[in-house]
Design a protein around this ligand. Structure first.
Ligand SMILES: Nc1nc2c(ncn2[C@@H]2O[C@H](COP(=O)(O)OP(=O)(O)OP(=O)(O)O)[C@@H](O)[C@H]2O)c(=O)[nH]1
Ligand SMILES: [Mg+2]
Length: 364
């Protein structure tokens, strides 16, 4: 996931480190001592850099292309630094380019840059740890900031009255039905029971499609005939769940564009009848800004509590998902990452930041 962005961010953080080192000036000799054992352990997970730690010259090939994660091993103690914007102007510009090239939308890029600047520039900073950590933490907190609060579905289900009713909405072909099946499988794997409501009674073949999924993953499905009122199907699904102590109702619906007034009215009716706890808007990660606009249109008509972005596997850059997460203003529940039932990843801000920049609790 996010492979392109991940690699580029590693290189760019290294560049920040160099610039800050330069601005901080040379180290007094005794302060350039090797770090103590417990301090090394406190650093993020690293590839082995034993030779540098021991104060010896690293082998030639290790020195050739230093990355952010294996480069600076010298702890700088008691060194204070007041960074000015000019000290990090160049790496900031590079970071901006990396984000834009990886489909992070301009306003989101601007916000990440502004947060980094705010964190690093104009403050007297004691560099108690390595410069790498300073930059890394600042980038992590900027990313957490733009990703907002996440929504953990398992926690949500645990904390809400049963059955938890989830209505899936969105335009045609974005992956709603597949996602309903994936979420049912995910819930089942995590010890929750689910029933699927075959609420797409409109498109020919839709009921058989979801029936096949339900049978494969071994989840009960409630269906009526093609052309039936989807509100009635989903009402029955909720009644079934209540009667059988099922934890979650997952309601599939027909794809529709927001400008199809009759179909949107149908969705409003479903909402009134089914009374969902969560209305989840499903769109493709690769749709980028189009997804943001459509999500807002759906939000205005039927409401949206959370978003699922599918086909993230077709977007190695990953910036679009981050942009949508920020711009749409609703938590992203999952990313769809393929056509298999297991190809679904919870999209918690902390896990995204961990994926991109390594572990830690930056989004606390
Ligand atoms: N690569 C990839 N394909 C996906 C993903 N999610 C869904 N698909 C594929 O996208 C196509 C459409 O998926 P559906 O689940 O039928 O989409 P839908 O939104 O229910 O479509 P309508 O009911 O016609 O509106 C299928 O071929 C799915 O296998 C994903 O995360 N990655
Ligand atoms: Mg469908």
């Amino acid at each position: 996931m996010f492979d392109s962005l991940k690699t580029k961010l590693k290189n760019i953080t290294h560049k920040f480190g160099s610039s800050i080192e330069e601005a901080a000036g040379p180290l007094p000799e005794e302060e350039a001592a090797a770090p103590e054992a417990e301090e090394v352990e406190a650093l993020p997970p690293e590839p082995p850099v034993g030779a540098e730690d021991a104060g010896e010259a690293p082998p030639e090939e290790e020195r050739e292309e230093p990355t952010f994660f294996n480069r600076i091993r010298v702890l700088v103690r008691e060194r204070e630094i007041l960074l000015q914007e000019k000290d990090i102007a160049e790496p900031l510009l590079d970071l901006e380019m990396v984000l834009l090239e990886n489909d992070v939308a301009l306003p989101v890029t601007d916000e990440i840059i502004a947060r980094m600047k705010d964190e690093l520039v104009g403050r007297q900073r004691k560099i108690g740890a390595s410069v790498d950590d300073l930059v890394l933490e600042s980038l992590k907190s900027a990313l957490c900031g733009v990703l907002g609060d996440g929504l953990d579905l398992l926690e949500y289900v645990r904390e809400h009255e049963r059955p938890v009713k989830i209505l899936f909405t969105g335009v045609n072909g974005t992956g709603k039905t597949t996602t309903v099946a994936k979420v049912a499988h995910y819930l089942k794997k995590n010890g929750f029971s689910a029933v699927i409501g075959a609420g797409d009674t409109y498109r020919a073949g839709a009921i058989e499609q979801i029936r096949t999924h339900a049978d494969r993953i071994g989840v009960k499905m409630i269906q009526h005939q093609e052309g039936a009122d989807p509100s009635a199907v989903l009402f029955d699904a909720v009644s079934y769940a209540s009667a059988h102590n099922i934890d979650v109702v997952l309601a599939d619906t027909a794809g529709r564009f927001h400008n199809r007034a009759n179909l949107m009215r149908q969705l409003e009716k479903i909402r009134r009848v089914m009374k969902p706890d969560l209305v989840v808007y499903v769109d493709e990660a690769v749709a980028g800004n189009d997804a943001v606009i459509r999500a807002e249109e759906f939000n205005q008509t039927v409401g949206t509590d959370a978003v699922i972005l599918t086909k993230a596997d077709m977007d190695p850059k990953g910036g679009a998902a981050i942009s949508i997460a920020h711009t749409v203003g609703k938590p992203i529940l999952f990313l769809g990452t393929g056509q298999g039932y297991d190809d679904i990843v919870p999209f918690m801000p902390q896990s995204v930041v961990n994926e991109l920049l390594g572990g830690g609790e930056a989004c606390a």
